[in-house]
Design a protein around this ligand. Structure first.
Ligand SMILES: [Zn+2]
Length: 340
């Protein structure tokens, strides 16, 4: 099956009231872990790469690894998505490289460090929507700014500062009308990275009620939750029990994500949990078997650990069991859909 535009996966998820995890990748083992989990659970797949991941893995490696995933798993619809494109040119180069979906994050300026103006955001996002939809490629936009930094991208807002850049539902409505994005990332108090919350989040810091309000106003827009790793205690413990030194931290509880999915969230970005799982597995091998020096002996367990996280999220978000139900559509075929 060729790679599919993300829009068809989100539409199917909306019609059937489930959410899709979007997992970040930058190497072969991570792609293999996601695909093994998809096979195990019959899940459609969103794999995403940030600008940092693209430069780390190099576009050509990434493209061919994704094509290998599609070749080896013909029954699984896979969307390949650019995470946090910082400028239209970044989105355009991703489209040239075969990405079937791009995020234009105009909530920050091009350097990806400072919150931008609403007008700037609309302008750059519009440009990307026009060019992407003409090729059948899906577009995610963002309104409001998240906390933390991801792969060098982010204003580095603290947990408290992030509360000042939450998505304004009024602006969200105007933004979607002006740009025609397929999906909208919203800021509801989550942050990128492992250190999201200093205690288990409650409704005053993790504003799930904002999602409900945005969904009420934009019932046909697919909502995206960023920074939505759950940062499970047991993964932190495995790392710290084997020489790691993570500070105690809290993520977004899976039950809160499920509440979001009940209110229009269709894409849930998960990266940190997979990083923690892989790191814990590698640390365990190194601690238990210090003589080991075969990369397969630690990258293999790391891959297995990530697969476990992916299976758990795919199941919890409800995407499990749906791969076989989706009629694949190519980007080319999608062009007519956008013309209407
Ligand atoms: Zn993000």
């Amino acid at each position: 099956m060729p790679l599919v535009p993300m829009r068809i996966l989100l539409d199917h998820a909306a019609e059937n009231a489930y959410g899709l995890a979007a997992f970040n990748v930058n190497n072969m083992e991570q792609i293999q872990a996601i695909m093994a989990a998809a096979k195990e659970t019959d899940s459609p797949v969103i794999i995403q790469a940030s600008r940092g991941a693209r430069s780390y893995s190099q576009d050509a490696y990434l493209r061919h690894l994704m094509l290998a995933a599609a070749e080896l798993h013909p029954a699984v619809p896979i969307a390949m998505h650019l995470d946090h494109g910082n400028a239209p040119s970044t989105c355009f180069s991703a489209i040239e490289q075969g990405f079937t979906s791009v995020m234009m994050d105009g909530s920050l300026d091009e350097a990806g460090k400072t919150p931008s103006t609403f007008d700037y955001n609309v302008e750059v996002t519009q440009q990307v929507v026009d060019a992407a939809h003409a090729k059948g490629v899906s577009v995610e936009g963002e309104i409001g700014a998240l906390g933390g930094i991801e792969d060098g991208h982010g204003a580095g807002l603290s947990e408290a500062e992030a509360q000042e850049h939450l998505t304004d539902p009024d602006q969200a409505e105007k933004f979607v009308a002006a740009t025609g994005v397929d999906a909208l990332a919203v800021a509801i108090g989550t942050s990128h990275g492992a250190y999201k919350f200093s205690r288990k989040p409650t409704g005053d810091v993790l504003r799930m009620n904002l999602i409900e309000e945005i969904h009420r106003r934009l019932p046909d827009t697919h909502i995206v939750m960023h920074g939505s790793s759950s940062v499970p205690q047991e993964l932190q413990d495995i790392i710290n029990a084997h020489g790691g030194k993570l500070r105690q931290t809290y993520g977004v509880p899976v039950e809160e994500i499920q509440r979001g999915i009940a209110h229009g969230v269709r894409k849930v970005n998960v990266d940190t949990d997979n990083r923690l799982a892989m790191t814990g597995a590698i640390r365990t091998v190194f601690a238990d078997d210090p003589e080991q020096f075969d990369p397969r002996k630690y990258l293999g367990p790391a891959r297995d650990a990530m697969q476990g996280v992916c299976v758990a999220r795919m199941t919890a978000f409800g995407q499990a069991g749906n791969a076989g139900k989706i009629k694949p559509v190519t980007c080319k075929e999608m062009v007519t859909f956008y013309k209407k």
